[in-house]
Design a protein around this ligand. Structure first.
Ligand code: FAD
Length: 289
């Protein structure tokens, strides 16, 4: 099923998960237990990331997992696909392979720039690949990434939102946001996007903070602001892993309840491949969706 139709056909908030494939050196089966537990929660869909910096070219884990989720576990899936290191021929071959597996949903991404890898000229931005795919084959439903606090390379949020509008006009029919810890930045972004004519559903990206180091790394990579309340939680429990995990889950639930009361289109949980955390959050919010 196309994710656009999930948004159209439900009167509740869409709830989705994101997972990442195992490293190339590990077998695909190493994620089977995680997948089984996440699928048992029955989210509306699960998206599968694609290795950064062209690292996954030639590695089929993203597609294989998206296929497994859809065809074995009967949960809708979405495959991430980056384009900055891809040729049109490569994208064509991926589309063909997706179609063979019945994978209809693609998160079209540019991908991060790695100065050590030579870029190809077929696609400069995510919108280039979105336009290419949407003009080629209406079989696919395209999603795009958006940044409530602007993309790191963008001059300002207004410019980034202008580019986002281009992405939507290129065939992207729903959006998933970068993680954020301050809901007010998300509401401000939604207002700006709406004013710019971005009129597709936007899912809020929520990452529960359960490990101080990994959150600090992510925040550095994406530039998310850390509200005082959040910093206090991390500082208080940084040396108590279980307490930090519980506090991180509580913070994420608090964020989600506020988002739901503001009528958000969807919640996209960055699960970090941790079913325990996903289960606890699901139990807390399921009746409110
Ligand atoms: P784009 O939409 O192309 O934007 C990139 C930059 O270019 C922005 O600053 C934008 O303002 C600017 N821009 C866009 N269009 C134009 C234009 N026409 N003219 C001038 N400037 C323009 N990375 C991975 O490698 N694998 C993943 O699986 C993955 N999953 C992700 C999932 C989500 C939900 C998010 C939010 C990010 C994900 N990323 C992933 C990271 C992403 O690849 C990076 O953030 C990357 O730097 C930008 O990708 P994009 O698709 O948002 O780029």
């Amino acid at each position: 099923m196309k994710i656009t139709d999930i948004f159209k056909n439900t009167d509740r908030t869409v709830f989705s998960f994101e997972i990442f494939p195992p490293k190339k050196t590990s077998p695909l089966e190493s994620i089977t237990g995680t997948l089984f537990e996440l699928c048992a929660i029955k989210p509306d869909f699960i998206s599968v990331t694609y290795g950064a910096g062209g690292a996954m070219l030639g590695n089929n884990y993203t597609r294989m997992l998206a296929s497994k989720i859809k065809n074995e576990y009967k949960i809708e899936s979405m495959a991430h696909l980056t384009c900055v290191y891809s040729s049109k021929e490569y994208v064509d071959s991926e589309l063909l392979a997706f179609k063979k597996e019945g994978i209809e949903n693609i998160l079209t991404l540019r991908g991060d720039i790695n100065p050590e890898i030579e870029r190809l000229n077929d696609f400069t931005y995510a919108s280039d690949m979105a336009r290419y795919i949407s003009q080629k084959d209406s079989y696919f439903d395209l999603c795009g990434a958006c940044y409530p606090e602007k993309h790191l390379e963008a001059k300002n949020l207004a410019e980034d939102v202008k580019h986002l509008k281009l992405k939507v006009d290129s065939g992207v029919s729903h959006l998933v946001s970068q993680l954020f810890f301050d809901n007010s930045v998300f509401y401000r972004f939604l207002e700006m996007a709406d004013a710019a004519g971005v009129n597709v559903p936007v899912e809020a990206g929520i990452m529960p903070c359960t490990n101080k180091k990994s959150i600090e790394r992510m925040v550095k990579m994406c530039g998310a602001t850390l509200p005082d309340k959040f910093v206090k939680v991390m500082e208080k429990y940084e040396d108590k892993p279980e307490a930090l995990r519980d506090a991180g889950i509580a913070y994420a639930i608090d964020q989600i309840v506020d988002l739901l009361s503001h009528g958000v289109d969807g919640i996209h949980l960055y699960t970090m491949n941790n079913p325990y955390i996903a289960r606890r959050i699901n139990e807390a919010i399921r009746t409110m969706l």
